[in-house]
Ligand binder design. Structure first.
Ligand SMILES: CC(C)(COP(=O)(O)OP(=O)(O)OC[C@H]1O[C@@H](n2cnc3c(N)ncnc32)[C@H](O)[C@@H]1OP(=O)(O)O)[C@@H](O)C(=O)NCCC(=O)NCCS
Length: 307
C-alpha cells in the first residue's frame, strides 16, 4: 500500500469510497461520480468557501486501486458565528478507509497532519460545518458516531470533540394546521425555489413591529441530488424571540412549517440541534421527531504550545 497525492480537480474515482464510508449515516445519500466531483468543490456553504486554500487529497493505493483517502484544506475553517472564525488553521474535510484497515487510516492521517503542519497549521479541525461537502449530511459536516472506525482513529490521534449535534427524523408530515398561540399575530409563509425539486419554505410570525420568531426550511435536495432527498423537508432554523418563548410559538411555527411542507409535497422531515440544546431536543423529541444520528466535529493542537 502506498500513499499518493491527488489533486482536487477531478475526484471522480473516489466517489465509491465516499459512498461506502457514509452508507450507514442518515441523510448521506449515495452520489454519482459527477455529483461527487462537483459537490466537493461546490461546498455546502459557498459563502465560506473563499476562506479555504491549499487543498489536497492523499489517496491510499493498493494493487493499483484506491482504498482510502484523506481530503485536507488550510484556511478559516470554522463557522462564521464561532469565536474562532478568524483563526487560520488546518482541517481534515473527510477521511475514508475500510474498517479493519487501521494501517491505511493511520498512514492517511499521518500524511494529512504532516502536510497541514508544514503549511503552518497550529490547530487541525476535522469535519467542521464550513468544510462540509455540499451533499454530506445536509451540509452539516460532523462525523456520525456510527462511523466508529474513523471516530476512534481521530480520538487515538489526540483529537477531542469540539461540538456535537443530534439529528432527528420524522417519517411523516403532520398536515394539521395548528392554532397560533395569539390569533392577533401576523403569520406569513414564504416559498422560494431552490436547488431541490420542491421549494424552500419560511414561516414567520410578527406582533405589530416585533418579530416573534421564524421557522426556515429547505429541501434536502438543496444539498443532494438523490430522489430520496427531494421529499425530505429539512428544518434549517427555528427561533423564537426571548420575550415570546415558552408560549407555544416554537411548536406552532414548527408544526405550521410541517403542514405547509406537506401541502407542497414533502413526505418526511429532518432537523438537527446542538448537543447542549436540551430545550430544542425536548421540543422535537416530544413532538414526533426521533433521534436518528449523533455526530461530532473534532480538533487538536498541531503544536504542543497551542490549544
Ligand atoms: C427552542 C425554541 C425554538 C422553543 O420555542 P418556544 O416557543 O420557547 O417553545 P414552546 O413554548 O413552543 O414549547 C414547545 C416545547 O418545547 C419544550 N420547552 C420549551 N421551553 C421549555 C422549558 N423552559 N423547559 C422544558 N421544555 C421546554 C417543551 O417540550 C415544550 O412543549 P411542552 O411544554 O408541551 O412539553 C426557543 O426556545 C428558541 O428560540 N430558543 C433559542 C434558539 C434555538 O435554540 N433554536 C433551536 C435551534 S435547533
Amino acid at each position: 500500500m502506498e500513499i499518493r497525492e491527488h489533486g482536487v480537480d477531478d475526484m471522480r474515482e473516489l466517489a465509491p469510497l465516499y459512498n461506502a464510508q457514509v452508507a450507514a449515516t442518515p441523510f448521506c445519500y449515495p452520489v454519482s461520480s459527477d455529483e461527487f466531483a462537483d459537490g466537493v468543490t461546490a461546498w455546502a456553504h459557498p459563502e465560506l468557501s473563499g476562506r479555504m486554500r491549499d487543498q489536497t487529497v492523499f489517496v491510499a493505493v493498493e494493487r493499483g486501486q484506491p482504498i482510502g483517502f484523506a481530503h485536507i484544506t488550510m484556511g478559516r475553517v470554522l463557522e462564521e458565528w464561532s469565536d474562532d472564525a478568524q483563526i487560520d488553521c488546518g482541517a481534515i474535510r473527510f477521511i475514508a478507509y475500510p474498517p479493519g484497515r487501521r494501517d491505511v487510516g493511520q498512514r492517511l492521517i499521518d500524511a494529512a497532519q504532516r502536510r497541514l503542519t508544514d503549511l503552518g497549521a497550529s490547530r487541525i479541525h476535522a469535519y467542521t460545518k464550513a468544510t462540509a461537502y455540499r451533499f454530506y449530511q445536509l451540509g452539516f459536516g460532523m462525523l456520525s458516531t456510527g462511523v466508529g472506525h474513523v471516530v476512534g482513529l481521530l480520538g487515538m490521534n489526540g483529537y477531542t470533540v469540539r461540538r456535537g449535534e443530534y439529528f432527528l427524523y420524522r417519517p411523516d408530515m403532520d398536515p394539521t394546521v395548528p392554532t397560533p398561540p395569539d390569533p392577533s399575530a401576523k403569520v406569513v409563509v414564504e416559498r422560494a425555489d431552490g436547488r431541490g425539486d420542491l421549494p424552500n419554505l419560511v414561516v414567520k410570525a410578527r406582533q405589530d413591529d416585533t418579530d416573534i420568531g421564524a421557522c426556515e426550511c429547505k429541501s434536502a435536495g438543496s444539498y443532494a441530488d438523490s430522489p430520496d432527498a427531494q421529499r425530505l423537508l429539512y428544518v434549517d432554523w427555528l427561533g423564537v424571540a426571548t420575550e415570546f418563548q415558552g408560549q407555544g410559538w416554537g411548536r406552532y411555527l414548527l408544526f405550521r412549517a410541517l403542514a405547509e411542507g406537506h401541502d407542497v409535497g414533502y413526505e418526511h422531515a429532518a432537523i438537527g440541534t446542538d448537543w447542549q440544546n436540551y430545550r430544542a431536543l425536548l421540543l422535537y423529541a416530544n413532538y414526533g421527531f426521533g433521534v436518528t444520528n449523533y455526530a461530532y466535529d473534532f480538533y487538536k493542537a498541531a503544536t504542543p504550545d497551542v490549544s
